[in-house]
Design a protein around this ligand. Sequence first.
Ligand SMILES: C=C(O[C@@H]1C=C(C(=O)O)C=C[C@H]1O)C(=O)O
Length: 360
Amino acid sequence: MKNTPELRTWLDDLKLEHPVVIAGPCSAETEEQVLGIAHQLKDTDVSYLRAGIWKPRTRPGNFEGVGAIGLNWLKKAKEETGLKIATEVANKAHVDLALEADVDMLWIGARSTVSPFIVQEIADALKGTDKIVLIKNPVNPDLSLWLGGIERLAKSNIKNLGVIHRGFSSYEKSKYRNIPEWQIAIELQNRFPDLPLICDPSHITGKRDMIFDVSQTALDLNYDGLMIETHTDPDHAWSDAAQQVTPQTLVQIMKDLKIRKESDPEGEYNTQLNNLRAQIDVIDNNLIDLLGKRMKVADNIGELKKDRNVAVLQTKRWNEILGKMIWEGEQQGLSEEFVLRIFKAIHQESINHQEKILKG
Ligand SMILES: C=C(O[C@@H]1C=C(C(=O)O)C=C[C@H]1O)C(=O)O
């Protein structure tokens, strides 16, 4: 699949002056709930009313969605408010029912994206549709799997495509429900700059008081839209209560968010920007130069170890370096997480270099 400006057509056709907003409850619960939320979202920045009807849950025994009847509630909400409607599909039966209900936007959930069989089944069922089809990132941080899902949809001749970044599962404890790993979405943007990219801060954060901050980060990174779970009584929602906001909060979030433009033609801004970027270029060259030099020293250490038949990994020395560099990093305003990441990568490269010598 190639990037083309046509990928943005459905988004451009909306003619919005703000990011596209998809909002609504995590799950459709009752007709009154869906209609109540829809009416409160009418005349806001929201273009698409979302509601989950079939809910994939981690453990059995939780609320698994109201099923097809929810489509009637969404249709009614569309008739009454003019909002377009969106729901998640996870198999061919869901797709057939959603298309029959004339749902405007369908999305594939993170737990489905991990399965090429499921994505292919959905792509086949949607073949040639002019509906908008969005694909969430897989639960695991695997860009190829995400791209593979998009390619399957594109091969099924689906033109109105987009992606939703909802963060990635991790065993590690984190302040996020699903760690954003922004660099994965940035890489995806690099490959497909015109593919509409939507952020789902509700699933990334899992907590309503972090939604604004993550949404702002997404806009700072050029995202095209937001999918935000919205409920008139979030605390009593039947699923994902902690991450849903009221329609009033959503309106406030949209008001407070700063919408960034991609660039600015203004002269003085560009002069200063180019100046600073020239400084970054010099520093980057120095970094590469220093890293190359460091690896040459590691090569020499490798030769020494080879002569004496000593193991490459020296945990004590390595831990001393880490401790020192975390402290030094702190003095330079660098986070521990960043220093650890960089030095683990440097250490691995150094080990690879020495391995080559010991095995050579
Ligand atoms: C370079 C060495 O080998 C390994 C690599 C290290 C590094 O790159 O700093 C540190 C400890 C070792 O695990 C060494 O023993 O000093």
